[in-house]
Structures are given as C-alpha cells and as structure tokens.
Write a protein that binds this ligand. Structure first.
Ligand SMILES: *[C@@H]1O[C@H](CO)[C@@H](O)[C@H](O)[C@H]1NC(C)=O
Ligand SMILES: *[C@@H]1O[C@H](CO)[C@@H](O)[C@H](O)[C@H]1NC(C)=O
Ligand SMILES: *[C@@H]1O[C@H](CO)[C@@H](O)[C@H](O)[C@H]1NC(C)=O
Length: 259
C-alpha cells in the first residue's frame, strides 16, 4: 500500500511537470521546399537545406530536403515536387510534427519564367493553404541573397536583386496569417558585414555566386535555424532545434564563420 501511494505521487508530479506530454513530445519533421538555393549540393545547385537538416536538428527531429534545382512556384507544382512534399507530410505525421518551409523567387523572377509578382504571391499563398490543409505548419522563407556586390559607395555592398520577391513573400505570409522568416535580410546583413572575399568562400564553385558549397550550407542553414527559433520558440525550448553557439554569435556580430 505504502509503495503504491509513493508510486502514484511520483506519477502525479511527473504529469504536472510535463503537461500534455503525448502531444508535444512528437519531434518536428522539416520539409524544405524550394529551388536550388534550398536543394542538396550537386553540380549546378546547392542551398541551405542540407546544412540545416544535418547540423541543427536534435532529439529525434528530422527532415527531408525537397528543394529542386531551377524550380519556380509553377514548375515545382507541375513537375510533381509539390505532391512529393504533401506525401512526405502525410507519411511523417504519425511520428512527427511536420513543418514545411517554402522559399522561391530566384527562378520566378527570371523573364523566361513569365511569372508576375502578383502571380508569385498568389502561388505562395496557395502553397501555404495546402500545407495547412495537410495538417502541417508552413513557414515562408524570403529568398537567400546572391553574393553579388556593387562598390559605388566605396564599400562593397550586396546587390538587392531579390527585394521584390522578398516583399511579396512577406505579403503572402501576412495575407495567410502564417509565420515568415526574413532570410533575405539576414543573409544580406551577414554578407555585407563579412565582405566579398570571405563571402565567396561559400560559393559552390569559384564563379557561382548563387549556390552554396557544403560549409556555406552549414552557415546559412544555421542562420535559417536561428530565424526559425525566433518564430517557433517552442522548438528550441524543447531542444529540437539548436544553432552552434559560435556560428550564432559570429553571425550576430558580423564576423566571418567557417564550420
Ligand atoms: C505570359 O503570361 C501571360 C499571362 O499568363 C500570358 O498571357 C502570356 O501569353 C505569357 N507569355 C509568354 C511569352 O508565354
Ligand atoms: C521591382 O519591381 C519594380 C516594379 O515592377 C521594378 O521596376 C524593379 O526593377 C524591380 N526590382 C528588382 C530588384 O527586380
Ligand atoms: C549532409 O549529410 C549528408 C549525409 O551524411 C552528406 O552526404 C552531405 O554532404 C551533408 N551536407 C551538408 C551540407 O552538410
């Protein structure tokens, strides 16, 4: 009797310390959807997705990078990638809390894509709604900055070539009421602080100022994680999402970081 009472007391205090443990204990599953600046490192492509998945997820958190080289908000759907995202959400739901990050713009903005800004915005809104309908959490991501500098002020500064797509992505987040992280601003700020010579060390190859090599993926994947923590604090509190302390501090202080 004495033993049972002790055991029950123990269980009661456990339940108090961890409310609704069953629901909240599911680790997140991240599905980065986007173009080559999200995708796996390959010939002619490589983004932040793998660096993010490989280095910032803990305690059973997981994910699958579905970035596709050359994708627009239109081709990602017509080419079947979006169905793959939704199927992955469905599969992961039983054991995880799925999150879908959505980042486009680098190819949508090209004249040959023939996608207007308002169409781009609408397409992002449609993707967001479908993620919500699938029972996952969407996070819109403004496009990663290219590493092209202009020197008209005497100080090399990043050419703001994705400002319209950045504004449109934020607009789509506001109209749908979902979370957004401003990767365009965070990457631009960091690249302005470190300057071109250090920025180019992240190039996929010496003359590719758009795509990231492995270390670049780790750095910008860490920046993405740090931004996600700011809009989804619960993930960091539960220990699922963590950014290397030195990376976090260096990016904040505008100091070059190499993993
Ligand atoms: C571009 O898109 C517009 C609107 O959808 C369409 O009317 C036009 O024919 C397209 N142009 C080309 C060259 O495909
Ligand atoms: C943004 O859109 C405006 C209006 O269409 C255009 O004039 C401008 O060149 C665009 N800026 C960039 C950086 O693409
Ligand atoms: C991520 O991990 C995979 C599997 O270990 C590896 O092949 C890949 O190079 C890693 N990529 C990055 C950017 O860390």
């Amino acid at each position: 009797m004495k033993f049972t009472g002790f055991l029950l007391l123990g269980l009661a205090s456990y339940a108090k310390a961890y409310p609704s443990a069953a629901q909240k204990s599911k680790p997140p599953f991240f599905v980065p959807a986007g173009d080559s600046t999200t995708a796996v490192q390959s010939t002619g492509g490589g983004g932040w997705g793998d660096g993010f998945l490989n280095t910032t997820l803990f305690k059973g958190a997981s994910g699958r990078n579905l970035g596709h080289n050359g994708a627009t908000t239109v081709s990602f759907r017509t080419g079947g990638d979006w169905d793959e995202v939704l199927a992955t959400v469905k599969q992961s739901k039983e054991s995880y809390r799925p999150f879908v990050t959505i980042q486009f713009g680098h190819n949508d903005q090209k004249a040959k894509a023939n996608i207007s800004l308002s169409q781009y915005t609408q397409n992002l809104e449609d993707l967001v709604k479908e993620v919500l309908d699938a029972g996952a959490t969407p996070i819109l991501v403004t496009p990663l900055s290219r590493r092209n500098y202009e020197t008209s002020t005497g100080t090399p500064l990043i050419v703001q070539s994705l400002s319209n797509e950045t504004a449109a992505t934020i607009k789509a987040a506001h109209s749908t009421g979902v979370r957004v992280i401003d990767l365009n601003k965070a990457s631009t700020d960091y690249l302005n602080a470190i300057g071109p010579d250090d920025a180019y060390t992240y190039n996929l190859n010496p003359t590719d100022y758009t795509h990231l090599n492995g270390p670049g993926s780790v750095v910008f994947g860490g920046i993405v994680a740090d931004l996600i923590i700011k809009v989804a604090a619960e993930l960091s509190k539960d220990g699922y999402l963590k950014v290397d302390k030195t990376l976090k501090k260096d990016v904040k202080d505008g100091i070059y970081y190499w993993p």
